[in-house]
Each structure stands twice: as structure tokens, then as C-alpha cells.
Design a protein around this ligand. Structure first.
Ligand code: KG4
Ligand code: ZN
Length: 378
């Protein structure tokens, strides 16, 4: 173990769990030598969400050039790698299998170890990767909120008691009972004729809304039982009912749908097609999502008596979420860590970083490594 720990370790990470084909090389679990992400958004956009069959086909097309580019950017040859880390789950089975099969074949051909990585553990490592780049180390134990298009879940993260090289142990504190927060963004965006994915455009429209009048108020979501569970489908339905009760929105929605159809989906193109009522609705929706995410994370931090909150996943890119977390955490003497926007959404650097501690523990996979559609972290 000692001799391994002292040597520089270069891991190639491969990620293909959803609609991003990604590869990255990371040194010692900390320094990103390269990170390449090929997004499939343009392919899935017209369906308003990820189509699994199309995703697998696209991963097949992208995996070889994406890995090749990550290797080229890292300046390393394949033989100089120490291990291959690949996302094992959770995710779309057909998509995961592309990365896993490629990873297995490469590891076998190079005679290097293969490491199966939980995608959610990758998102947690994204926070540490970013903090390390700034020369900071988030203090553990911490509460971690993973919030994306597929997940909204709160964990307690500690150093594993048995670990000599700092691997983590997780306890699940709460999760969404229905939609993930990113999914709610995407569905509301579709209802409003604002395209896919919804998060980035609704985020920017909220910033442009200023203090336009409030067209509708959304109260805090209450969940029976575990107070740290989330629920977003009621909020999405409340938006739907509000739109049905107010046909005044319809003309604008149709104009935006037409614009999207013609390929005009940029913020600058859609903003002039949004009246004050729409901007107010978008702002109130976003405020409600952010309020629920922040309140439950702070409650979890209090329950676990921790001083650190980690936030990761696509929705962690949201500007209001970042601002409200920063403000509330400061008031309560907590520290909140986010990855930068590029490491918040799916990428392979986080997979290579998560593979590093498994490498140090000698936790290697064999040819039987298989995709796991649902793969619990705790
Ligand atoms: O982590 P990710 O890239 O993929 C998975 O779902 O695993 O997250 C994508 C999700 C989408 O639902 C997208 O609408 C949301 O993250 N998203 C955002 C923002 N950027 C992306 N949601 C809110 N605000 C954003 N700025
Ligand atoms: Zn993800």
C-alpha cells in the first residue's frame, strides 16, 4: 500500500451513464490533466428528454474519439496510465454498457486494473476536485446534496473508519419521492415553451425577472414522514394548473414553441418573447425549488451537527441556488462547497477522482463487471 501511495497515479476515467460521453485523465485523484465531454443535448432536445436507445447509439459513436482526445490532451500514452475507472451505475443500462465494455477491453489490452465507480460518488468527488484545485480541503463529516436531472438526494459523508487512505463512508438522509429537481426544471420549461434542458434558461430568465409582479405564490413543500425527503411533482403540477387557469399565457407559449422549432433557442432570442407574467412565474418556480433544496440541506447539517455542506450535480450550476446557499450558510457559520459549473454537470474527471481511493485500496473489478441501473451509495 505504502509504495503505491507514494507513486504518481494516473487514472483514465470514463463516464457514459446518461447523455454525456466523457473521458478524463486525473493525477493522484486531484489534478485534472484532461477532461473531455461530448454532450448529446442536440439529439435529445426535440424529444424534451433523454431517449435511452438514441443515447446508447450516440455513446457508441463518441466513445473512441472522446477517449482519444482525453489522452491527447493529457500528453500521456495509454501505457503510462495506472488504471481505468468507469461508471458502473446508476444510469441507463444501455449507455453504461458502452463505457463499461470499452473500459474492460482497454484495461485488458493494456494489462491495467479496472475500477467500477458509482456515479453518485463521482459527483461527491467533483466537489473535492474543485476544492483541491483552489488549495482547500472541505472538512468532514459533511452533508452532501446531489441534485441533477436524475437525482435529488442528501447524504452524510464521513471518512471511512477502516480506511488508511481517506476513502468515504455514506449514510442516506433523504431523497426525492418523485421527480428530481432538474427533472422539474425540464418539465416546467417544456410547459412554458422554453425548450430542453430547462435549468440553464430558467436560471437566466430569473436573473432577468428583477422585481416584476408575483403572478402566483408556491408554498413550501411538505412531505410526511422523513422531513429530509424532497418532492417536486406537486410544484410542477401547480405550474400546470396555473397555466390552465390563465389562458393569457398561451399566445406567448405558442410564439416560443415556434421560435424553438426554427432553432432560436438562445437566451437572447427567448427573452423578448417572455412577458412580465412569464418572468414572474419562472422566478417564483425557481425560488420554490431553491428554498426546498436549501432548507432541507441546512436541516440535515443541523441534524448531523456538521459544519460543511457539499453541493453537486447539474442543478448545482444554478446561480440562485449558489447565492442563497452562500448567504444562509454564512449566517449560520457553515461552509458550502460547489464544484465549478463544468464539474457540476456529468463529466469523467469526477469518475477518475472517485476511482483513485479505490485504486489505493486495491478494489479492482474483473471481466464480470456489469452495469447497474440502480446502484445505491448507502
Ligand atoms: O448532472 P447532469 O448533467 O445530468 C444528470 O441528470 O445526471 O444534470 C442535468 C440537469 C438537467 O435537468 C438540467 O436542466 C439541470 O441539470 N441544470 C440546471 C442548470 N444547469 C443544468 N438546473 C438549474 N439551473 C441551472 N443553471
Ligand atoms: Zn450525474
Amino acid at each position: 500500500m505504502e509504495s503505491i501511495a507514494k507513486k504518481e497515479v494516473r487514472i483514465l476515467g470514463i463516464e457514459s451513464s446518461c447523455d454525456e460521453t466523457a473521458a478524463a485523465v486525473v493525477l493522484d485523484g486531484r489534478k485534472i490533466l484532461s477532461s473531455v465531454v461530448a454532450s448529446q443535448i442536440d439529439i435529445h432536445r426535440k424529444y424534451g428528454g433523454v431517449v435511452p436507445e438514441l443515447a446508447s447509439r450516440e455513446h457508441l459513436r463518441q466513445i473512441v474519439p472522446v477517449v482519444r482526445e482525453a489522452m491527447e490532451q493529457s500528453g500521456l500514452r495509454f501505457e503510462e496510465l495506472d488504471a481505468i475507472g468507469v461508471t458502473q451505475g446508476p444510469g441507463l443500462v444501455g449507455s453504461l454498457l458502452v463505457g463499461i465494455t470499452y473500459g474492460k477491453t482497454l484495461a485488458k489490452a493494456l494489462g491495467k486494473p479496472l475500477i467500477g465507480v458509482n456515479h453518485l460518488e463521482g459527483h461527491i468527488h467533483a466537489v473535492f476536485l474543485e476544492a483541491h484545485e483552489r488549495g482547500e480541503v472541505p472538512k468532514l463529516p459533511a452533508v452532501c446534496l446531489i441534485v441533477s436531472g436524475g437525482h435529488t438526494v442528501l447524504y452524510e459523508v464521513k471518512f471511512a473508519a477502516s480506511s488508511s487512505v481517506g476513502s468515504f463512508a455514506y449514510r442516506k438522509l433523504g431523497q426525492t419521492r418523485d421527480d428530481a429537481a432538474g427533472e422539474a426544471y425540464d418539465k416546467v420549461s417544456k410547459l412554458l415553451g422554453l425548450g430542453y434542458p430547462g435549468g440553464p434558461i430558467l436560471d437566466r430568465l430569473t436573473a432577468a425577472a428583477g422585481n416584476v409582479a408575483v403572478p402566483v405564490k408556491f408554498g413550501p413543500t411538505k412531505t410526511r414522514g422523513n422531513a429530509l425527503d424532497f418532492s417536486f411533482s406537486g410544484l410542477k403540477t401547480a405550474v400546470l394548473y396555473h397555466l390552465r387557469e390563465h389562458p393569457e399565457y398561451n399566445a406567448e407559449i405558442q410564439k416560443r414553441e415556434k421560435a424553438l422549432h426554427a432553432g432560436h433557442r438562445g437566451f437572447e432570442e427567448l427573452l423578448p418573447l417572455c412577458g412580465a407574467r412569464t418572468l414572474g412565474l419562472v422566478r417564483e418556480f425557481q425560488n420554490a425549488v431553491v428554498r426546498d433544496l436549501v432548507e432541507r440541506s441546512l436541516a440535515a447539517a443541523e441534524e448531523c451537527s456538521v459544519e460543511t455542506i457539499l453541493v453537486s450535480g447539474g442543478v448545482a450550476a444554478n446561480s440562485r441556488l449558489r447565492a442563497v446557499f452562500a448567504e444562509r450558510a454564512q449566517a449560520q457559520g457553515l461552509r458550502v462547497f460547489f464544484p465549478g459549473r463544468a464539474l457540476s454537470t456529468d463529466n469523467a474527471a469526477m469518475i477518475a477522482a472517485a476511482a483513485y481511493s479505490r485504486f489505493l485500496h486495491g478494489q479492482f473489478a474483473d471481466v464480470k463487471l456489469n452495469a447497474m441501473a440502480s446502484m445505491p451509495l448507502a
